[in-house]
Design a protein around this ligand. Structure first.
Ligand SMILES: [Zn+2]
Length: 291
């Protein structure tokens, strides 16, 4: 008799390198493999922490790919269809929204709903307490799909929530006493982080990293930077750094990377959500002269 395969977790946003060898198996065992798909990196991270060794996680956004712009291949749409558990963020990646509405897997977690989002800023994962809420919702679905390992999933979730709570404490204490509380960022991804930790976040661009700032907006930014004594303009890993670099150069201040952690790239290989968040905290403390 064929035994039930281990739960497979597919993340919609990314790890195709990881997914490719798994897919070969999937196509021959169509419909029998239990799968979890995630749509972009922070969801992949959460899924991997929860399933531990009981499953493989596949992410739909390729490493280095901008998740806002993701398009799904036919093969990835099939992965969504075959997933027993899928976690995505409704309203963030329209290609994924379309696939989910067309082929809806059995167990779906909408991270936007689980995190309690309102408004049009999708970047909730930069508030660890919101990512923790998504982890709770995902664990519930994973345990429902694979009740035989429910105790392990519950234990893994507890460990993850403990790490996220510790990260939240580090940010609160680390940013409690700073010379400036304003940050200028190239990709306006840090609204949730700013609200949680008392930062005023000013975007060079809009919510999409592709938008071009207007000349009037650039002048307002320059005035703000001079007035508030801002030392650093932040750009990101995945997007273009050119504009932030030139703005910083014009004003004689620094440009640094604040990572929106939408995905991993060559520059962040070997890191994970927690280490990138801690790196962001150190970067913010230095730029805002926190004590
Ligand atoms: Zn973004």
């Amino acid at each position: 008799m064929q035994r039930r395969p281990r739960l497979r977790v597919l993340a919609v946003a990314g790890a195709l390198a990881l997914a490719a060898p798994l897919l070969a198996g999937c196509s021959t065992a169509h419909g029998s493999a239990r799968t979890v798909v995630t749509s972009f990196y922070p969801l992949q991270y959460v899924a991997q922490r929860i399933v531990g060794t009981h499953a493989q996680v596949t992410n739909l956004t390729h490493p280095g790919q901008e998740p806002h712009d993701v398009e799904l291949t036919v093969r990835q749409t099939a992965q969504v269809e075959d997933a027993e558990v899928l976690v995505y963020e409704k309203g963030f990646q329209s290609a994924v929204d379309d696939a989910v509405s067309q082929v809806g897997p059995d167990h779906v977690v909408d991270a936007a709903r689980a995190a309690g989002l309102s408004g049009d800023d999708p970047h909730f994962w930069l508030d660890p307490t919101k990512l923790s809420r998504v982890a709770v919702a995902l664990e519930r679905q994973v345990a429902a799909a694979d009740p035989g390992h429910a105790a392990d999933y519950a234990r893994n979730l507890a460990g993850l929530r403990s790490d996220l709570a510790a990260l939240d404490r580090s940010f609160r204490t680390g940013l409690a006493s700073c010379r400036t509380t304003t940050i200028v960022v190239s990709h306006d991804a840090f609204g949730y982080l700013g609200r949680r930790y008392g930062l005023e976040v000013v975007g060079i661009n809009g919510l999409s990293p592709d938008a071009e700032p207007s000349p009037a907006h650039v002048r307002a930014l320059q005035d703000l930077i001079r007035r508030d004594g801002i030392t650093t303009v932040f750009s990101e890993q995945l997007g273009s750094r050119a504009f932030a670099d030139s703005l910083a150069g014009d004003l004689g201040i620094k440009a640094a990377v604040l990572d929106p952690i939408e995905g991993l790239s060559d520059a962040t290989a070997g890191q994970d959500y927690l280490s990138l968040m801690r790196q962001n905290l150190r970067t913010l403390q230095k730029a805002n002269q926190c004590t």
